[in-house]
Design a protein around this ligand. Sequence first.
Ligand code: 5GP
Ligand code: ZN
Length: 113
Amino acid sequence: MSCLFCKIIKQEIPATIVYEDESIIAFEDVNPQAPVHVMVIPRKHISTTLEITDDDNELIGKMYQAASKIAKERKVADSGFRLVMNCNKDAGQTVFHIHLHMLAGRPMNWPPG
Ligand code: 5GP
Ligand code: ZN
C-alpha cells in the first residue's frame, strides 16, 4: 500500500498529530490554506467518498465529531470553520484516502474557487 495518509497513520511519515482515537486521526496540513488547516482522516483506507459504504456510516459521523472537537479546542467553533471533502480530479483531490479539510481562522469565500 503506497498511500501517503496510510503511511502517516503507520508513523512511517512524520506529521503533527492534533487528535487521535481508535478510528480517526487528525494532523496539521503540510501546506495550510488558512490559519487553521487540519486533515481529519479515518484509520481505515477509503480511496474516495465514492467508496464509502453502509459499514462506514458511523465512521464518517465520527470524522465530523472529531473536526468539531478540534474547532472547539482551537477556539474557532463560534467564529466558524469549513469542512471540505474533495472527490476526484475536478474537485482537486490529490491524496486518495478520504480526508476532511478543517479550515478556519479567516473568512471563507463562497462559492469556493
Ligand atoms: P486534497 O487535495 O486531496 O483534497 O488534499 C490533500 C491535502 O493533503 C492537501 O491539503 C495537502 O497539503 C495535504 N498533504 C499532502 N501531503 C502531505 C503530507 O505529507 N503531510 C501533510 N501533513 N499533509 C499533506
Ligand atoms: Zn490510505
